[in-house]
Design a protein around this ligand. Structure first.
Ligand code: TXA
Ligand code: MG
Length: 322
């Protein structure tokens, strides 16, 4: 875990235009000063991210929202009041303070207040806004531990703050509140039902805005990912894999208890709940690569709670065609 000394180094690094990886409750972020075009350009280069893909800007508290966004509608304030700090990103019309490098040239900005003590300490000590995509190279599995960040980004990051394993494990839910109707651009740590209960109406999911989290080929490990919709098809899915290939299985514990682990497959993880499935998902996909697994066969969880976000990430990983 990081101490006060690391925090001071991190703040200094941000002030001189450096890059700081820090924990959030969702995944680790790779941060730069959201007003510093030079630092942000380096951030995009290190991520290997196309310049037109916007990054999320992190704030220390909801009270500073109007410093970074303009024309904030009442629905945005209601969602911020209910879910911040927490795994919710609001897309709003950007204030001039936000560098247009962070917004990928868009007039809107994604803002969130993360619910992690280390992230909040960093943001409070820095005093500004920190633009931070997930701390992985573009198109790869997001990191949920400091170790995963170091392995991915190595010397390209100036300071890595260690806050342990991320409690949620999948990225924030992104809600675009800049248009006439709120719209969920990416499912994540806050469920669509929870958003709808604040808005008092169901909310549309999916959108056309530029969001790499919405690209089909995303969140992929080196191993090929095969998703199984119906748990009873697990055995057939494993049997269909080339016998030369090492197979790893990811499924709820209850599912493995019912249908059993097929012969010649390794259990990567058998989470007890959908929340645990979200928490272990990216770590399990990274471990699959470390173990030399060729094919990950994942039984999708039911779409309740975080199950919808888990299924979304697994489907995208499977669509990468690796
Ligand atoms: O949980 C999270 O959201 C993590 C942690 C670090 O906060 N961050 C994260 O960042 O997942 P990233 O860059 O990997 O994904 C950010 C997503 C992208 O899909 C991006 O396109 C979208 O947010 N986004 C950011 N600003 C946007 C905007 N103005 N309009 C539409 N989408 C936006
Ligand atoms: Mg990402």
């Amino acid at each position: 875990m990081s101490g006060t000394c690391d925090l001071e180094r991190a703040v200094m690094a941000l002030r001189r235009g450096g890059l700081v990886a820090f924990p959030t409750e969702t995944v680790y972020g790779l941060g730069a000063d959201a007003t510093d075009a030079g630092a942000l350009t380096r951030l995009y280069a290190v991520k290997g991210r196309p310049a037109d893909h916007p990054v999320i800007v992190h704030l220390g508290e909801a009270a500073v929202l109007d410093d970074w966004a303009v024309a904030v509608p009442p629905v945005a304030r209601a969602l911020a009041a209910r879910f911040w700090p927490g795994p919710l990103t609001l897309v709003l019309e950007a204030a001039d303070t936000v560098s247009r490098v962070a917004t990928g040239g868009l007039a809107t900005v994604g803002l969130r207040v993360p619910a992690h003590p280390v992230a909040l300490e960093l943001l409070a000590a820095f005093g500004g806004a920190v633009a931070a995509p997930s701390a992985n190279r573009f198109g790869r599995v997001s990191p949920t531990t400091a170790d995963a960040v170091r392995r991915d980004l190595g010397p390209d990051v100036d300071v890595v703050l260690d806050g342990g394993s991320c409690a949620v494990g999948v990225e924030s839910t992104i809600v675009d509140v800049s248009g006439a109707e709120p719209r969920i651009l990416r499912l994540g740590g806050v469920t669509a039902d929870a958003i709808a209960s604040v808005l008092g109406a169901p909310v549309a999911v999916g959108g056309t805005t530029r969001a790499p989290g919405t690209l089909a080929a995303h969140y992929a490990p080196d191993a090929r990912v095969v998703v199984v919709e119906d748990e009873h098809d697990l055995g057939a899915a494993v049997a269909a894999v080339d016998p030369e290939d090492a197979v790893g299985v990811l499924a709820l514990r209850e599912v493995l208890g019912t249908v059993g682990l097929p012969d010649a497959a390794t259990t990567l993880s058998a989470p007890a709940t959908v929340e645990e499935y979200a928490r272990v998902l990216y770590r399990a996909l990274r471990e699959a690569d470390d173990l030399g697994i060729d094919v990950v066969v994942a039984v999708l969880p039911p779409p309740d709670g975080l199950g919808a976000a888990v299924a979304d990430r697994l489907r995208r990983a499977a669509a990468s065609g690796r």
